[in-house]
Design a protein around this ligand. Structure first.
Ligand code: ATR
Length: 282
């Protein structure tokens, strides 16, 4: 039997687990606001079944996918063409079939972060000293877009220092990067850090590295890629230290979704009111 293209364009987010994902409700708002006819569902994929399930999705007429934990690397391997951000991150969170029939892989996480910082919060990273906590997949996804903002330096601090050094070497040709261990931060002094971006998954367990407040410049900002119903431990730490510019990852979540939507539909949805309502109600 010939496969029929569905009348309404189909999109989905895939991951495991996936029940908690806010993406279906975010994309429903985008579709309604921009009057786009589409469906967007959450699809659970079992370990080992990513390539088959995703092939089936596209061969059955599916238009595009968001990919979340733990499949972003598999999405990168699955894609036939990669954006520079996805290629160097080694991870893709957005897939779609291009006009030439090839599956394109993009990573919109970093762009989403930058858009949230610049557009929603009106901050500029040029010339700033940035400390990034963590050297895992989340850090890989944001480093290139961060470096494109021309900060003075990005220091990657990680529990396993070799991973931070690996990333500093990998991304070194795009800007000024250094690496250190979390232990080194205990000794650090000097009010030289303008931004701390928490990309470590430690806070999922409620953990926070020992960070002395006196590394922060007077006008420092702290951004947690995480978000939660209650304030994250990192945001609490920042506020308790008197930091005034404290942001969690809800804006980035919506903005990375908007970037995906834009790639798929060619329309940039409005994000401000959605971010506001999520901030009140997650
Ligand atoms: P993600 O895709 O969320 O980045 P990941 O690739 O597993 O997940 O990376 C998790 C990051 O959080 C790593 O930098 C990890 O440090 P290690 O490289 O030393 O493993 C960091 N991390 C996780 N739990 C941590 C903890 N309890 N304390 C400090 N760092 C932690």
């Amino acid at each position: 039997m010939a496969l029929q293209e569905s009348v309404v364009d189909r999109y989905a987010v895939v991951g495991n687990p996936i029940g908690h994902s806010l993406s279906p409700s975010i994309h429903k708002v985008f579709a309604d606001d921009t009057k786009q006819q589409l469906t967007y569902n959450a699809m659970l994929i079992e370990p080992g079944e990513f390539p088959q399930d995703v092939s089936n999705f596209f061969s059955e007429g599916g238009k595009g996918l968001n990919v979340t934990v733990p499949f972003k690397q598999e999405a990168w391997a699955f894609a036939e063409d990669l954006s520079i951000e996805a290629e160097i991150a080694g991870a893709a969170n957005t897939l779609f079939k291009a006009k030439d029939g090839k599956i394109q892989g993009h990573n919109t996480d970093g762009k989403g972060l930058i858009r949230d910082i610049k557009h929603n919060h009106d901050f500029n990273l040029e010339g700033k000293n940035i400390l990034v906590l963590g050297a895992g997949g989340a850090t890989r996804g944001i480093l290139l877009p961060l470096l494109n903002e021309r900060p003075a330096n990005i220091c990657i601090a990680n529990r396993t220092i070799s991973k931070a050094e690996e990333l500093a070497a990998l991304f070194g040709k795009y800007g000024k990067l250094s690496a250190c261990g979390l232990e080194d931060l205990k000794e650090a002094k000097g009010k030289q850090v303008d931004w701390i971006i928490n990309a470590s998954s430690a806070s999922l367990q409620g953990d926070l590295p020992h960070l002395p407040y006196d590394i922060l410049s007077n006008d420092a900002a702290c951004y947690d890629l995480m978000y939660a119903q209650v304030e994250t431990v990192f945001c609490q730490w920042a506020r308790q230290g008197g930091v005034l510019k404290v942001m969690d990852g809800i804006g980035m979540l919506v903005e990375q979704a908007a970037e995906s939507f834009y790639l798929w539909r060619g329309i940039r949805p409005d994000t401000a009111s959605l971010i506001q309502s999520l901030q009140k109600g997650i």
